[in-house]
Design a protein around this ligand. Structure first.
Ligand SMILES: [Zn+2]
Length: 277
């Protein structure tokens, strides 16, 4: 029952993320390039086809089902609708279900609020990852919203769980200093060539999510490992060169997700591998 609700919620939020990133991107364009007659407001605007800008009816907006039913084509202009749409919807449903199945904490009382906030953080992070993959940019507006949710998650988590509030606060600040600080140094040393300014800000947000120095280090390690695993084969096969820019945000976001849900397990396994535990 709960899984079913989470799947439906995840699909709907996936659909929301698709609309959100498109709107935020359209709003960032110069006025002359923005579609006329489309209300780009995130709160009030109706969903439209990104090609013909026809307002979509409810039959066109059912996550995954509409895309499959329409065979990936717009009902009005018959142009292809990107597979990004169903993919993000399915991904979000999967992320919701995985979060529930592997939730390392309780669900009772105020802990339920922590779970809800975590899902809100995840929605924002997936939006950032999609935006970064599509446009190689982490827009300030989305980073700020993600920071807001991560801050509330952190404050509530510490206030309900912590026996030693100042110790946990200090841990969070060090975690932020590690991930955000490292990127800030890389950004300034390379004058923004190795890493984008958005990654620096995202580093601070994800440090907040990682919450402890160990988790922050683990997150950076996993993100770099994922980055190498994806990039090196592409370079070896010649489809990318070492100079090709690759968005780093999505790797960081996946790493933060893994660390939040599986941090303890991964850290233990790693220490055992090194013979330290
Ligand atoms: Zn259309």
């Amino acid at each position: 029952m709960i899984i079913g609700i989470l799947v439906i919620l995840g699909l709907c939020f996936g659909s929301f993320v698709n609309a959100l990133v498109w709107r935020v991107h359209q709003q960032s364009l110069p006025k002359a390039k923005q579609p006329k007659k489309v209300n780009l407001s995130i709160k009030k605007g109706r969903s439209v086809c990104v090609n013909c800008h026809h307002i979509l009816s409810w039959q066109d907006l059912l996550p995954v089902i509409s895309w499959v039913g329409l065979r990936g084509k717009c009902r009005y202009c018959h142009k292809s609708i990107s597979w990004q749409y169903p993919l993000v919807e399915i991904l979000m449903a999967a992320v919701f279900v995985i979060s529930y199945n592997f939730w390392p904490f309780k669900f009772t009382g105020p802990e339920a609020a922590v779970f809800g906030l975590w899902l809100a953080v995840v929605v924002n992070l997936v939006a950032l990852a999609v935006y970064d993959i599509k446009w190689m940019l982490l827009p300030n507006r989305l980073v700020k919203i993600a920071f807001g949710f991560a801050l509330v998650l952190s404050v509530i988590t510490i206030s309900i769980r912590s026996g030693e509030i100042y110790v946990d606060l200090a841990k969070v600040l060090v975690a932020m200093a590690i991930s955000g600080g490292l990127f800030a140094i890389l950004f300034y040393v390379s004058s923004g060539k190795w890493i984008g300014g958005g990654d620096v800000k995202l580093g601070f947000v994800l440090g907040l999510v990682a919450a402890t120095p160990v988790n922050a280090c683990l997150m950076l390690f996993i993100a770099s490992l994922l980055g190498c695993l994806v990039t090196l084969p592409a370079v070896a096969l010649g489809s990318k060169s070492m100079q090709t820019k690759i968005p780093f945000g999505p790797f960081l976001i996946i790493a933060a997700f893994v660390v939040y849900l599986f941090g303890v397990v991964v850290a233990d396994a790693y220490l055992r591998l090194l013979g330290l535990s």
